[in-house]
Each structure stands twice: as C-alpha cells, then as structure tokens.
Design a protein around this ligand. Structure first.
Ligand code: TYD
Length: 254
C-alpha cells in the first residue's frame, strides 16, 4: 500500500486516516470513538490532531500561538509549521511502526479554511481581473506549500461528516464552546456552509493535481446519531484494514 513517497516501499506499513469537516460536524467524537474501538480490539492505533498534536510540547506551543493570531497570513504559516513537525516527528514514525494513525484534521483544513479566507481577502480588493489571476496563483502556491509541509504524505482515507441543517450546527457549536478548550471557533454559519461546499470539491482537485493518487473519501451524514454514524464509518474502515490486520495477527480478527 502506498502511503508516502518518502517512506521506502519495504517500510510502507500502517494506515493513515484523516477526519475532516467544518467545526461542529462531529469528526472529533468519531475519531475518538474509532481510536477506542481499535484499541479495545488490540489493534495498534494512534490518535493525533492538528493543530497541536496531543501531549507534544512544540505542537502545543504552536496551538497557543495560533490562538493569539487572528490574521490569516500568520496563522497559515503557523499551521504549516505545525504540520511539518507533526508529520515528520509523530505521524511518519507511527506509520513505519505499523500503526493505524487517525488524525483529527490535516492539510485539507488549510486548503479549506485559509484558502477560502485568502481568496475572499483578494476578492474584496478593487481590481477583479487581477484578483482572478492571483486567486489561481495563490491556490497553487498554498497547495504546494501544504505538500511540502506534509512531506507529500497523503491519507489512505479521509472521513468527512457533513451537516445540512445550520440550526443543528448552531446548537452543537454553542454547546461545545462551553465545554472545550477551543481555538477561535468559526461562528459565521454562512461561511461554514461555503467551506462545506469546498470540502466536496477538494477530492477532485487534489486527485487531478496528482497529490492524492490513492486516497479514498467518505462523506457521511453528520446529523445521524453518533452510534449510527460510527457504524457507517466502521464499515468502510473495516473493509480497508481487515486484510492487513488479519495478516499481522495471523488469523481473522475483525
Ligand atoms: P479545534 O479547537 O482544534 O477544534 P475542531 O478541530 O474540533 O474544530 O479548532 C481547530 C480550528 O482551527 C478550526 O476552526 C479549524 C481551524 N484550522 C484551520 O483554520 N486551518 C488548519 O490548517 C487547521 C488544522 C485547523
């Protein structure tokens, strides 16, 4: 299985699964559920996130810095610095060591959040034809920077819960704000809806550019009950990992 151009073929093991989506879509709950489910079955798995991988000092410092900057240019580079460190020091070693690595957000978030914000910045300037040109330049540039920061590591699977009812989203985000140590949570619901459309367009764009030759996408209804949603996610993940896990254990496990 091809995981990355950077890992020699004989060392390409493990699976890399990314959970993506707009704030409040339920991806963190599902990532945690899947991690626990795998661990309970004795399958080597690890749960990490961006920005600020759990328990890592450097990543935590970057997460705090991101909290202090609301500016799109500064945060773009902080997200990239976090990604480079996270990929090199946390994700790649775990993959080489045969883990199923679950990441709560990866480069897709930058391609949605920062790019949409930057494009809006350019479009709000006066010259529209220049804006169109710059928009294309910026899109390519930010995508390429992301690929450098992620060491050309592409996921095996990207899971994206989606929400069509903005009232459901508002209720969830209001509840989360009182419970979690959140970054600057995006509360512009019209913008979040736009981000969701961008998420739907992303797989085609990345495949055409050749950045994700072997990545599967699973869009799931984030309004389902969390257990029902998990069953749908598990059906896909099980299908993907069962052969490899059975081979490692030497008997059918899943
Ligand atoms: P966080 O508190 O980690 O919660 P969640 O991921 O569950 O939404 O918030 C992360 C915020 O950072 C979220 O609003 C998305 C944003 N973000 C970006 O804008 N760009 C990125 O590259 C990443 C990884 C996150």
């Amino acid at each position: 299985m091809a995981i990355t151009n950077q890992i020699p073929p004989q060392e390409r093991k493990g699976f890399f699964i990314v959970f993506e989506g707009i704030d409040g879509c339920g991806k963190s709950t599902q990532a945690t559920k899947l991690f626990q489910f795998l661990e309970d079955r004795g399958i080597k798995a690890a749960l990490t996130r961006e920005p600020g991988s759990y328990g890592d000092e450097f990543c935590s410092a970057i997460r705090s810095l991101i909290k202090h900057f609301q500016d799109d240019i500064n945060t773009l580079f902080l997200f990239l610095a976090d990604r480079d460190y996270h990929t090199k020091n946390i994700i790649l070693p775990l993959l080489v060591d045969n883990n199923i690595v679950l990441s709560d957000r990866y480069y897709h978030s930058t391609l949605i959040y920062q790019l949409d914000n930057l494009i809006e910045l350019i479009q709000s300037s006066n010259c529209s034809s220049k804006a169109v040109l710059e928009q294309h330049g910026i899109y390519n540039m930010v995508t390429q920077l992301n690929m450098v920061a992620s060491h050309w590591l592409y996921p095996d699977l990207v899971i994206i819960p989606t929400i069509s009812n903005m009232d459901v989203l508002k209720q969830r985000i209001t509840k989360q704000q009182s419970e979690k140590d959140e970054l600057s949570i995006q509360k512009n619901y019209a913008l979040l809806d736009l981000y969701q459309t961008s998420y739907h367009n992303l797989p085609k764009y990345l495949k055409e550019k050749g950045y994700e030759p072997n990545t599967e996408y699973l869009f799931v209804d984030g309004e389902l009950h969390e257990d029902e949603l998990f069953q749908k996610i598990w059906a896909t993940v099980r299908n993907m990992i069962s052969k490899t896990v059975d081979e490692q254990v030497g008997r059918p496990t899943l």
